[in-house]
Design a protein around this ligand. Structure first.
Ligand code: ZN
Length: 74
């Protein structure tokens, strides 16, 4: 994947979290993360450990990480 900011090739890797990787509009208590708050978006995108890891692309040039969750099932 090409970096949308600088156009250089990004490095594919993972972001992992024991309780799943989600985007949320508001901070939630870590102990309550399994609760699906309003507006919570699962970032699952097809890894083997789909509830604990998502693919993420790192641009070392821009110091930005991009997660594409268009493959998400939920
Ligand atoms: Zn970049």
């Amino acid at each position: 994947m090409k970096c949308p900011y600088c156009g250089k090739e990004m490095v594919q890797g993972y972001i992992q979290c024991r309780d799943g990787v989600r985007w949320t509009p508001k901070l939630q208590l870590v102990s309550a993360l399994s609760f699906l708050g309003r507006g919570s978006v699962s970032l699952e995108n097809g890894t083997e450990l789909e509830n604990q890891a998502v693919y993420a692309y790192n641009c070392e040039n821009c110091k930005k990480v991009l997660i594409d969750y268009s493959e998400s099932q939920s």
